[in-house]
Ligand binder design. Sequence first.
Ligand SMILES: O=C(O)CCC(=O)C(=O)O
Length: 270
Amino acid sequence: LASAFRQDGVVHVPNALNDRDLELVEAAFDWRLAHRAGSSVDFYPESGATFLTATGDASAEPVFQRVLRETCVADVVAELFGTGPVWYTDEQIFGKAGDGTGTGARRTPWHQDASYFPYRGSKQAVVWMSLDPVPQDCALEFVRGSHLGPLYSTAAFGTEEDTEPLFSNTALPRLPDIERERDRWDIVSWAVEPGDLLIFHPSTLHGGGATTAAGRRRSLSMRLSGDDVVRVAETDAPPQFESFLDRYWALPIGAPLAAAGSLQVRPWRG
Ligand SMILES: O=C(O)CCC(=O)C(=O)O
């Protein structure tokens, strides 16, 4: 699994969570949803479908600590990293649902999570967990191996052109239009059941995950990092982007991310 993660930048781990684990994940999703004020965006409201996201660092919350401590999520990531401790950095939820009549929630624009954050390293993992079954034709999609290629600018989301950067003064190259030339990219995806994990490097290009008009998908992503992750200068987002990132922005360039005092989840130091 670790060598697939290193090479492809994404792995599918079926049936990793049991029913009790899933209850914890659902409680964590619900907590972030209930506390999303100030950290949440509703995209494409004109479509009638639901497409919301919210981000933050809820690692002080007991329900998040239970997911991190009691389920295998952090263990699998520790195995992928191979050596060194694992720290929690933040979480993101997506809630998507069709309008129940004719319109599904549209695709998530292609993007790389790493361009939104001021740190880089090979030991980074986004653990994406869906609380609802995701059929193949609505799957989250990844460009295999793209975490080893260029880092592109952020995607704005919610705009007419999916490759439009969120910040206009970006120094990073604009995202390629992957959706218009899908044949040129090595795109992989998996149908997913609740309990499966999709684990990807934050530099892996990913997108997709539409829902049908009758469909609904609630996902929780937990982002974790290891001991080679450092604060870098080259980043797309300005320092005032997402206040929960302040402690990372405050680090000197080159400092290990762990110096920011994130929760260490393996070995557990809660
Ligand atoms: O759930 C989705 O539609 C997108 C997930 C995603 O892009 C992310 O977690 O970065």
